[in-house]
Design a protein around this ligand. Structure first.
Ligand code: KG4
Ligand code: ZN
Length: 382
């Protein structure tokens, strides 16, 4: 079974193609991601309208590259009726033009299913991917599997380590930490989830990004803070800003709150006179550790309380080396035997492959293009 997957929920345009056999073994034929970081760097963050414009520009070239890499790009003419196609793209005129040209130039590839992120995410971005998927589904006459982005961040771990998850790996606890989400999820098995807790305000990645901005670091702030934190030494003025708070670390629930941490960093920053490199390195390490402490405390509590056999990390923040290291250390000290699954860095951040893998698990839940819609606030469980 060959699955093509499209991801446009935030600022990455991702398209992947996989071959899956009936035993759940995956062969990755292509996983192309076009990152918009350079554009958003200029403005210090992601603006949905700008991200949507970039998706409109990127989707066709990324698709062509994915098909080419997979050896599935065939020249030819795909017959389409513009009376059907044009209304699909009523909000994406630029993408409409590019898609028409694509259909004129290329024939239908050997694909069995098309999957797409239908939520959660930035609404205009989601709709761009969704409408492009509708067009492909209509023109190629291939059914669609809508995929929840958060589930994608969880199940992408199947690719790295299929066995523990496929066999006795459940129940598992997943911590999904990205620029838009911070959730602790009980995974009873693939497809069966319960959100145990989540952030009440900013996501962990958003906190990294906002604190980085305060420190004058470029977007996205997470990797910048991680880089500087590695070189942290003793900054004499660190006494001036004191210890940063660990919001909600002692609460009984599994919820988080990161906006207070950002405010604490802002106030601390105002107290420091010499904002040299040493200061930025020290503050970066403090911010990173404050975030890691809270994430570890709440997640480990969930692993214990639900007697989880596996801990799954996912989302952009899970690319953080220090976070992974400290999770691993805590597990081996206190919960030996629990398997920790983390995706490689390129699969921690958004990509099409995570959507393709997830679609495989829902291969029987196909819908027609007329039924597909984006849901910005889609939830993995009630
Ligand atoms: O999953 P993702 O690519 O997109 C969303 O769905 O949001 O996550 C992006 C987020 C950004 O906030 C970015 O700063 C953060 O992940 N991030 C990191 C690291 N790499 C990316 N945060 C901390 N350390 C990193 N190494
Ligand atoms: Zn994501």
């Amino acid at each position: 079974m060959r699955i093509l997957a499209i991801e446009t929920s935030c600022d990455d345009t991702g398209i992947a193609i996989i071959d899956a056999d009936k035993h759940g073994r995956f062969k990755v034929l292509a996983n192309i991601v076009s990152s918009q970081i350079k554009i958003h760097k200029k403005y210090g963050g992601v603006f949905p309208a700008m991200a949507k414009r970039e998706h409109q520009r990127n989707l066709v070239p990324v698709l062509v590259k994915a098909l080419k890499t997979s050896g599935l790009l065939k020249t030819g003419d795909t017959k389409i009726n513009n009376k059907i196609l044009e209304p699909i793209f009523s909000h994406e005129p630029e993408l409409f033009k590019k898609t028409v040209l694509f259909f004129k130039k290329y024939a239908k590839p050997k694909i069995d299913l098309i999957s797409v992120t239908n939520g959660p995410g930035l609404e205009p971005c989601l709709w761009t991917g969704v409408n492009f998927t509708k067009a492909l589904s209509y023109a190629w006459n291939i059914p669609i599997i809508p995929v929840n982005h958060i589930e994608g961040h969880i199940l992408v771990n199947y690719l790295a380590k299929p066995k523990p998850l496929a066999k006795a790996g459940f129940p598992a606890i997943a911590l999904i930490v990205s620029g838009g989400h911070t959730q602790i999820i009980l995974v009873k098995k693939p497809g069966n989830y319960k959100i145990l807790g989540e952030t009440r305000d900013d996501a962990a990645g958003e906190c990294f990004d906002k604190c980085a901005k305060i420190l004058g670091l470029p977007y996205p702030g997470g990797p910048e803070i991680a880089k500087l934190a590695k070189k942290a030494g003793m900054f004499p003025e660190s006494r001036a800003f004191g210890k940063l708070p660990r919001p909600m670390i002692k609460t009984e629930d599994y919820d988080f709150s990161f906006s207070g941490l950002k405010t604490a960093v802002l106030y601390a920053d105002q107290k420091v006179k010499t904002k040299n490199l040493k200061y930025k390195q020290t503050m970066s390490a403090e911010v990173q550790q404050a975030i890691i402490d809270v994430l570890i405390k709440k997640t480990i509590k969930a692993v214990k309380n639900y007697k989880a056999k596996t801990l799954i990390l996912g989302g952009g923040v899970s690319a953080n080396e220090e976070l992974k290291k400290q999770f691993q250390q805590t597990i081996s000290q206190h919960l030996n035997g629990v398997e920790v699954l983390t995706p490689p860095a390129n699969l921690s951040t958004d990509n099409g492959l995570m959507i393709a893998i997830t679609a495989y698990f829902h291969k029987n839940k196909t819908i027609s293009w007329q039924k597909l819609k984006a849901q910005a606030n889609l939830r993995i469980s009630k």
